[in-house]
Design a protein around this ligand. Structure first.
Ligand SMILES: NC(=O)C1=CN([C@@H]2O[C@H](COP(=O)(O)OP(=O)(O)OC[C@H]3O[C@@H](n4cnc5c(N)ncnc54)[C@H](O)[C@@H]3O)[C@@H](O)[C@H]2O)[C@@H](O)CC1
Ligand SMILES: [K+]
Length: 494
């Protein structure tokens, strides 16, 4: 993750503004020229995706995002398209005013937005209402306009940001455009990659407006996108002990499936040996169903301690429950010095008895578990997923995977990575148990907590995407095993 190039870097809106200013003030490229390039990039994308489109409706807001829209309208007219351009405001200033004049100079007419006017008959709608400058939820009548654009049945190309989406946080304070394609300018805004963004962005394209590499050099970014990384090849002389011994701890009565999924995912991800500590009653079924797992019945700490002694890494929490049995095992595991992954009830117990970890530790909360750990509501977590993940990592001295569309991985030192893969088919029972197993397997094979979380989250999401090729609906957590194995061996696609 050290050789971040600007195409994998994610920026806050503030940092993108600084890049805009740098392009203008240091590189001497006028703002209007940047706007022209943005408009040209938007139109090029439109023609790539909808080569037959002749009639465009362009919706322009009051700021520079609207300016991009005016210039796209001008370029489209020059290219022979019919353009119906509707502006929210009669006023424009600066570069946006110059852009509006250019549109009129190209023979275009600006219609002022009137909710009672007939709906434009267009092949594609271009959303240039609000970009990175969105500072509140769109209000009536613009909120109604956005709903109408979404419901009109025609594809939408969003310029820079789907209007209404907060490009910094991935939140949607009110309504937001649902684009088929979003062309993001200059640098990837972090909020386009997590939270509710996936419902609005559609296909995301980054256009760096032909700016030279020097623009991004030594400029701060906030996070980075995970890349499809290849695992190092296995030594030909590898011994199963070289690939680590994982102990999965969990499986309260009736929850044997969670430990089996976790353990099997770890084996499919390359762990050398996987033991399971669970209720005695689950052992026969585990042995019969997956004899490669070494299942042990444990009734309490005395039985667990020697198993921990023989293992290198722990996965604590799948189906663990929060009763006396689960709590006693949890305490024993946390009092050991083994690197660990903590999930599910392992996290709920941590919320009850907070700790800081002095060893390699990965926590994998979904937003509900993160909210319990932070003592806030789920809505507060989702309102700033970046801050929530970083705060949890800092508080617990652990690498934190905040799950949900656009999973975040936060390091206690502030580093943050965002997962670009995954799909809604993965929102099913057992997926979290599989993720825990995949991450724990990387720890067992010698990765640091940060590497294990980044590798594990990436492999899990890509395996989910491969498995979803047969359809998102009906995807089972166990469907990831085969793709996990292929991806872990460098087979299969990103
Ligand atoms: N040089 C630059 O800075 C460049 C900027 N570009 C474009 O400029 C955009 C940013 O421009 P701006 O900073 O002017 O911001 P925007 O055009 O995104 O919006 C700001 C305007 O919208 C108003 N506004 C925001 N949220 C509102 C809401 N919910 N309801 C009503 N009004 C609202 C603000 O008061 C302000 O007038 C980028 O997203 C990008 O599209 C591009 O042209 C590339 C170059
Ligand atoms: K927009």
């Amino acid at each position: 993750m050290t050789d971040t190039d600007h195409r994998h870097a994610l920026y806050t809106v503030e940092q993108v503004r600084a890049l805009d200013r740098r392009a203008i003030e240091v590189l001497g490229i006028p703002g209007f020229e940047l706007m022209r390039r943005a408009a040209a990039a938007g139109l090029a994308s439109l023609r790539r995706h909808w080569p037959q489109a002749r009639r465009l409706a362009v919706w322009c807001g009051p700021g520079n995002n609207g300016g991009d829209g005016y210039l796209l309208g001008a370029l489209a007219k020059e290219a022979g398209c019919q353009v119906e351009l509707v502006a929210l405001s009669g006023q424009a200033t600066g570069d946006a005013l110059q852009a509006r004049t250019a549109f009129e100079f190209a023979g275009g007419r600006v219609h002022l937005f009137d909710p009672t006017a007939p709906w434009p008959d267009a092949d594609v709608h271009v959303d240039a209402l609000y970009g990175s400058g969105l500072n509140r939820a769109p209000e009536a009548p613009v909120a109604g306009l956005i709903e109408r654009i979404n419901a009109c049945g025609k594809p939408v190309l969003a310029l820079d940001v789907p209007s209404g989406l907060n490009a910094d946080l991935g939140t949607c304070p009110g309504v937001a455009v649902r684009a088929v394609v979003t062309v993001c300018f200059i640098a990837a805004k972090r909020g386009l990659h997590t939270g509710v963004a996936a419902d609005h962005v559609g296909r995301l394209e980054l256009d760096t407006l032909q700016l030279p590499e020097s623009l991004w050099q030594d400029q701060p970014h906030d996070a980075e996108l995970l890349r499809a990384s290849h695992l190092p090849p296995r030594l030909r002389v590898a011994h199963k002990g070289d690939n680590g011994h994982l102990l999965v701890i969990g499986g309260e009565h009736g929850m044997a499936g969670a430990v089996r999924l976790c353990g099997e995912a770890a084996l499919r991800s390359g762990a050398g040996l996987v033991s399971v500590a669970t209720h005695e009653a689950h052992v026969p079924a585990l042995n019969a169903g997956r004899p490669e797992l070494m299942a042990h019945g444990v009734n309490g700490p005395q039985a667990l301690a020697p198993l921990i002694e023989r293992s290198d890494v722990l996965a604590v929490g799948p189906g663990l429950g929060q009763g006396a049995w689960g709590h006693a095992l949890w305490l024993t595991a946390l009092d050991s010095d083994r690197p660990l992954v903590l999930d599910a009830d392992g996290l709920n117990l941590l919320a009850r008895e907070p700790r800081r970890f002095e060893r390699a530790a990965v926590l994998t909360p979904h937003p509900g578990e993160a909210a319990r750990l932070l003592g806030v509501e789920i809505a507060n977590v989702q309102a700033d997923r970046f801050a929530a993940a970083r705060e949890l990592a800092r508080r617990h001295g652990a690498v934190v995977v905040l799950k949900g569309a656009g999973s975040l991985i936060a390091h206690p030192d502030g580093r943050l990575a965002v997962c670009p893969w995954g799909n809604p088919g993965m929102a099913v029972a057992g997926m979290g148990d599989v993720l825990t197993g995949v991450i724990a397997a990387q720890l067992a094979q010698g990765a640091t907590a940060w590497e294990a979380a980044c590798l594990g989250v990436g492999l899990h999401a890509r395996a989910g995407d491969t498995a979803a090729e047969a359809g998102e609906r009906g995807l089972l957590a166990g469907d990831l095993f085969d793709p996990l194995r292929r991806l872990g061996n460098g087979l299969g696609h990103a």
